[in-house]
Design a protein around this ligand. Sequence first.
Ligand SMILES: *[C@@H]1O[C@H](CO)[C@@H](O)[C@H](O)[C@H]1NC(C)=O
Ligand SMILES: *[C@@H]1O[C@H](CO)[C@@H](O)[C@H](O)[C@H]1NC(C)=O
Length: 427
Amino acid sequence: MFIKSSLITLALVMSASATPLVGGLGTAVAIEKRNTLTKDDGSFDHTGALEQVVRDSNKHRRNLLNLERNEGVQAFNEGAHIRPVANLTTSLTGHAARQAESLTDEGNDVYWAGPISIGSNKQPFYIDFDTGSSDLWVPSVNCTSSTCNGKHKYDGKASTTSARKSGQFSISYGDGSSVSGPVYTETVTVAGVTAKGQYFSPVTQLSSSFAGEKMDGILGMAYPALSQFRQNPFFNSAKAQGTVKAGVFAFKLAKSGSELYLGGTNPNLYKDSIEYHSVNTGSGFWQIGSGNTAKVLVGSKAVVSNIQTIIDSGTTLIYGPPSQVATFYKSIPGSQVYDSKTGFYTFPCNAVPSNVAFSWGGKSWTISAANMNLGRVSSKSTQCVGAILGHDLGLGKDVWLVGDSFMKNVYSVFSFDQNAVGFASLK
Ligand SMILES: *[C@@H]1O[C@H](CO)[C@@H](O)[C@H](O)[C@H]1NC(C)=O
Ligand SMILES: *[C@@H]1O[C@H](CO)[C@@H](O)[C@H](O)[C@H]1NC(C)=O
C-alpha cells in the first residue's frame, strides 16, 4: 500500500556556489515519478499510452485556444491549428480496465509530481509540475463526482486568503468529461516559495482520465500567454512578488532523486556548463530551435532538420509531425509502424537505438536506449515500442513536443530571466 506522506518530502537546499545565472538561494522540491508506460512484465501499456495521447492532445488544444484568445492567431507557429477534441474511440480503449488497474497498481502513472500548499491553513496537494501549460487547478470540496475520490480537495471557507473571482475554468477531455470549476485567488506555496493572490481553479468536475491517479492537479509553468485565467502562472507571480530571486527553475527527472529547483539551478545535480538556447517567446511555450538550428540525429547523421521543439515536462513521450517521424524511423534498423492511427513505431528489442539525439546547434543530447524503449509489444514479442511517435497535435508544421523521454537524459533549465532553455549533463 502506498503511503502518501512518505513521499511528501520537502528539501531546502541552500546553494552558495552559484552559476552566473543563479544569483541567490534557490529552493528544491523533491518530486517523484512512478513509472513509464511500460508494465511490470516489460510490455508496452498501449491503453495507457493512448490515454496519454488523448490527454496531451486536449491539453495542447486548450493551450492553442488560450493563445489565440490572448495573443491572436499570429502568435501560432506556422501550420498550427486547433484540432477537434481528441477522443478515445471504443476500439482503442479498454478504458475501464485501465482505471481499475491503476487503482491497485500505481506503477503506470506517468508524471512528475510533488507537494504544494494552498491557503492560509496550508491545504496540501500533490501536483504535476507542467512546463507545457500555464494554469493551476486542484480538486474542490465541491467536487462530488467519483473521479475526485481519494484526492485532496480545496476548501475556500477554511482559508482566510481565499477569494472568488468571476469566470469559469475549463478543459474538455475526449472521454466526454472535462476539468472545470470556478476561478479563485489564493496564497500558494511550493517548497517555501510563496505567491499571494495566485489565480487557480478549485475544480468541481474532474475528467475520468485523472481518476485513480495519485496526483491531485496540475501547476502550469509555461508563459502567461497560455493562461486561461489571463494571469501570471505561479512561478511568474512568485518572481514578480520577489519571493524567488532568479526567474529560473530547473528539473532533474530520474528514477530516484528527482527534483524541481526554484530560483536557480542546483549545481549538485549537473556537471559542466549549461548550454542555453533562446526561447521563441511569442508562442507561449518553452519553445526553442531558432535559426534552423534544431535537429534530430541518429548517430552523427541529422535525419530531420530545421525543427522547432517545445520542452514539456507534462508530456511523457516525444511527438513529432507524422511525416518527419516516418523519415526518422527510416534510419532506425528494423523499425516498422505499430499503430498507424496514433503514430507509434516499433524496432527490434535486441537493437533498441542508443544513438538518437537532439541538437540545437551545440552538443548532441542523446536519448538513452532505456528512455527510447517503451517495452515489448506484448510480453513474448521481439519488437519494442519507441518513445518517439508521429502524431499531429496541431502545434505547427515543424514542431516537436519534447517530453520526459528526452528530459530524463539531461538537467533542464527554464529561464524567464534570459528567455532561454538550457541543458546540462546529469552528474
Ligand atoms: C470527439 O468527440 C466530440 C464530442 O462527441 C466531437 O465533437 C469531436 O469532433 C470528436 N473528435 C474527433 C477527433 O473525432
Ligand atoms: C463550495 O460551494 C459552497 C456553496 O455553494 C460555496 O460557498 C463555496 O465557496 C464553494 N467552495 C469552493 C472552494 O468552490
